[in-house]
Design a protein around this ligand. Structure first.
Ligand SMILES: *Cc1c(COP(=O)(O)O)cnc(C)c1O
Length: 392
């Protein structure tokens, strides 16, 4: 196994499975989980995570944002259904049909072209219809025009309606009135599809992570688990005592340099931090070029020997400095925790999101390809992934 000393993210595969079970225990017995692994599994790595959980009996399949993400999963040998949650462009319909990738459908032109692709391939494309009940993002309206669209889907050769879904705009807020209203609208619409068109769509889904935790009645045939799969919380308004989650990713580095600063010396670009007295400063070889937010300048902290070391001055593209005056045992090459636990202390993605003015989802997604990922099971490294070579 390669040594990654500069920076590395450890992804705990046991924690992923633990989170899956926690969620399963909180939803309806016959409700299945669709694992949302878009943006390379929220920065955690879609392929290793998908393979780790694929055989769990209550896993329905996977959801991604783009066809390319779906193709990567399929190419890696994933067999369970993969749904593309967003719009897909016509160039890939035949490929989707061949690979049995499920498109989200809400436009008539898309429906027609998808039908042609299904016919050309000799096997109907299994589609999921998106209903807009309040996001105003994508999806058909839950009204007469929507019913007409569903009817058209049912009549279009080359497609088969497998699922129908909607997405909550405010399920992560304390007040669930709006999410419940969306759910009601969705259920009324699927009821009409059944009663007026005589169509029963097998996979109805609307819950996201927040719904899985707090809106039991929204857990229909399937739920879509995103952020909670990674042990992160949808927002700080979601109750923490309903299910327990384990954060999956930790981010580590090493001190590359320690020096003494005298009073009056400035740190980093712009000299935004000035030493008031003699202090010990350590340099960490990580920066916004890795996705570590520049907005943590003079705000964030890291953990060294289980103690907090505050960031001094601006975070640069590839390095930043921290105060180790109160950690005299710190020496060069010591391990540094940027996200995760060290002894009694921990830094969560949520905390970093808050400190940086970003958002835990965004922070996870933005840890980029310069950061190698290491996967562990039972505390042992089982797999690693880096992209240090773009060609051979
Ligand atoms: C991203 C996404 C999800 C997952 O949301 P989480 O809050 O991460 O659980 C579910 N459904 C759709 C349509 C999405 O785009």
């Amino acid at each position: 196994m390669k040594n990654y000393d500069r920076v590395w993210a450890t992804v705990d595969l046991d924690a992923v499975k633990y989170n899956m079970v926690q969620m399963k225990n909180n939803i309806r017995e016959d409700s299945k989980i669709m694992a949302v692994v878009k943006t390379d599994g929220y920065g955690h790595g879609a392929v290793p995570i998908a393979h780790e959980i694929e055989d769990m009996p209550f896993l329905h399949g996977f959801a991604v944002a783009t066809v390319e993400e779906a193709l990567i999963l399929k190419g890696s040998g994933i067999r369970k259904p993969v749904l593309v949650l967003g719009y897909t462009f016509p160039y890939c319909y035949e490929k989707m049909a061949r690979e049995e990738i499920r498109p989200t459908v809400f436009r008539e032109d898309m429906l027609e072209e998808m039908g042609k692709a299904g016919q050309a391939c000799g096997r109907p494309v299994k589609i999921h219809i998106k209903v807009d009940t309040g996001m105003s993002r994508i999806g058909i309206r839950p009204d007469e025009s929507g019913l007409a669209f569903v009817k058209k889907c049912a009549e279009t050769p080359g497609v088969e309606i497998e699922g129908i879904f909607t997405h909550f705009a405010k399920a992560d807020e304390k007040d669930k009135t709006s999410a419940k209203k969306q759910l009601e609208t969705f259920l009324a619409f699927t009821g009409q599809i059944h009663d007026q068109l005589g169509i029963r769509i097998p996979v109805r889904h609307c819950s996201n992570s927040a719904g899985i935790v707090e809106l039991k009645e929204a857990n229909l045939d399937a739920v879509r688990a995103g952020i909670t799969l990674y042990g992160l919380w949808p927002s700080d308004e979601v109750k923490r005592d309903i299910i327990s989650l384990q954060p999956v990713l930790s981010l580590k580095s090493r001190i590359v340099y320690i020096k003494k600063l005298e009073a009056g010396m400035e740190v980093s670009y712009g000299g935004t931090f000035v030493a008031k007295e003699t202090m010990q400063v350590a340099t960490i070889p990580v920066g916004y070029g890795d996705g570590y937010p520049r907005s943590l300048s003079n705000k964030g902290y890291v953990l060294i020997h289980g103690k907090k070391a505050p960031i001094l001055g601006r975070v640069c593209m590839d390095q930043f400095m921290v105060d180790v005056s109160l950690i005299p045992e710190a020496v060069q090459s010591d391990e540094v925790t940027l996200i995760g636990r060290d002894g009694e202390e921990s830094i969560t993605m949520e905390e970093l999101g808050e400190l940086s003015g970003r958002f835990n989802y965004e922070l996870a997604c933005c840890l980029n390809k310069r950061v190698p990922r290491i996967y562990t099971r039972d505390g042992k490294v089982v797999y690693s992934k880096d992209s240090f070579r773009d060609f051979r």
